[in-house]
Design a protein around this ligand. Structure first.
Ligand SMILES: Nc1ncnc2c1ncn2[C@@H]1O[C@H](COP(=O)(O)OP(=O)(O)OP(=O)(O)O)[C@@H](O)[C@H]1O
Ligand SMILES: [Mg+2]
Length: 291
């Protein structure tokens, strides 16, 4: 998707609308009056400092938490989710940080865990499951074999297995909460490629990450959360590293030194791994430093 196409996204009917959503744990409000639209066929990144509320919002969208206030709308209809299963039935899939796979089973069995194909109402149809697993993995451009045991797979490969499992539900929206957090440079590049692939398959993706170069490389829009509030939502083509960092850190008015220091640390961070990742995907926009 080009940035021009990305700009036209907002003229379309949203897939999901999040309206005035707040969430409290006990007396502590961790999300406050959050408003955001998720459009078909887009990658929406959510960024923010630790504890900003990113995972909490992801869990509300995925049906894991019920909001304390506010509403969700799905295809224009009011949506009340009381479980992850309910969200999954609608085509909203989520992958959280720690890949929960069964070590002693093969890739196919892990993909079909809890949704096995059964023949004559009693026997597992292993051949059909194996064939479908192969097709789903191929659609994700994964070299994994359906027969491979999950034991011994890397975290990145396990995530692919979980993504393949999510694909069986014919998702319209996939929520990825820090999918690259514990991955190597190569595995991160694979996750980014795969996220772009999901979008090309017509699936919308919510992509939560702390890595701005990765986010600038693949997203259409970036939403910034700070202390549970939305501090900005931008088309990637219309923002800069500096603006996003300022919104994350609340440094918009803090002056040049704060901004440049934050920028330098981001550049160092990307030099440790992000840059090599990016060269395979798309060149990042050059960060703007104000004189
Ligand atoms: N189940 C819970 N009970 C109480 N407090 C919680 C719960 N889940 C999250 N919180 C608190 O809510 C705030 C937001 O947490 P959340 O996990 O959404 O942040 P985050 O933006 O995902 O952070 P990180 O980047 O560290 O993953 C944090 O202060 C956290 O301690
Ligand atoms: Mg989190």
């Amino acid at each position: 998707m080009t940035h021009t196409e990305a700009r036209t996204l907002t003229h379309r009917e949203p897939l999901m609308r999040v309206r005035e959503v707040s969430k409290s744990f006990g007396k502590r409000e961790v999300l406050s009056h959050v408003n955001v639209d998720i459009f078909p066929h887009e990658i929406l990144a959510i960024v923010g400092d630790n504890g900003a509320g990113k995972s909490t919002l992801a869990k509300i969208i995925s049906g894991f938490y019920v909001p304390s206030a506010g509403t969700l709308h799905w295809h224009g209809n009011n949506l009340t989710l009381s479980s992850i299963g309910e969200a999954q039935n609608l085509g909203i899939m989520s992958l959280f940080q720690d890949p929960a796979t069964c070590e002693n089973l093969d890739v196919t069995s892990n993909i079909f865990l809890g949704q096995e194909i059964v023949k004559n109402r009693i026997v597992l149809d292993k051949a059909s499951m194996r064939q479908t697993a192969g097709q789903v993995l191929a659609s994700l451009m994964s070299p994994l074999s359906p027969d491979q045991r999950v034991e011994g797979l890397s975290n990145g490969q396990r995530q692919t297995v979980l993504l393949a499992r999510a694909m069986l539900g014919d998702p319209e929206l996939i929520v990825l909460d820090e999918p690259t957090a514990s991955l190597s440079v190569t595995q991160t590049a694979e996750v980014l490629d795969r996220t772009l692939k999901l979008r090309s398959l017509g699936i919308s993706v919510i992509f939560i990450s702390h890595n701005l170069p990765d986010i600038f490389a693949i997203s259409d829009r970036i939403m910034v959360l700070r202390h549970g509030k939305v501090s900005g939502i931008h088309a990637v083509s219309e923002t800069s590293y500096e603006e996003i960092i300022a919104e994350i850190a609340g440094a918009a008015t803090a002056g040049k030194i704060v901004r440049e220091s934050a920028l330098r640390s981001m550049q160092l961070e990307s030099g440790r791994g992000g840059r090599r990742t990016l060269s395979r995907i798309r060149r990042p926009r050059t960060p703007k430093v104000q004189e």
